[in-house]
Design a protein around this ligand. Structure first.
Ligand code: HEC
Length: 107
């Protein structure tokens, strides 16, 4: 039985590894569920919607001046400071990683 569980665990791990979308190594330590939670909690989208309308996604401009992972993380850090959000560096990293996965898609 334990052998069965170990084997099952192994294959589930392989499946997760294979099905996970390729992520930029820049964000390799990111905690995606944490990033999603922080984006929801900090009303990022609500404010962006009030600026650009729709679902707010138009605020994210991958072809704009934010055109690398480093600049994206820097931008989130800047918002963090300006809006006094009090996020820790690993939280900023996770938020930026979610934005990259869903919008910017930098390598
Ligand atoms: C009080 C309003 C407000 C809040 C809250 C806010 N933003 Fe923004 N954000 C803006 C505005 C306005 C811009 C456009 C600035 C510009 O184009 O110069 C922007 C731009 C951005 C950009 C750059 C878009 C691009 O590609 O140029 C990112 C990334 C971003 N916000 C992330 C966040 C995140 C993450 C949060 C929550 C943690 C957040 N913002 C919360 C108002 C807000």
């Amino acid at each position: 039985m334990t052998l069965f569980k170990a084997a099952l665990g192994f294959w589930v791990g392989v499946l997760v590894a294979v099905s996970a979308p390729a992520q930029s190594s820049f964000f390799k330590d990111a905690d995606y569920p944490l990033g999603e939670k922080l984006i929801a909690e900090n009303r990022c989208v609500a404010c962006h919607v009030s600026k650009v309308g729709g679902n707010g996604n138009a605020i994210y401009k991958p072809q704009g001046r934010i055109n690398t992972s480093a600049l994206l993380r820097g931008m989130v850090e800047q918002c963090n400071t300006e809006l006094n959000l009090g996020m820790f560096p690993e939280e900023v990293n996770s938020v930026a990683a979610v934005l990259n996965r869903d919008h910017y898609k930098f390598k």
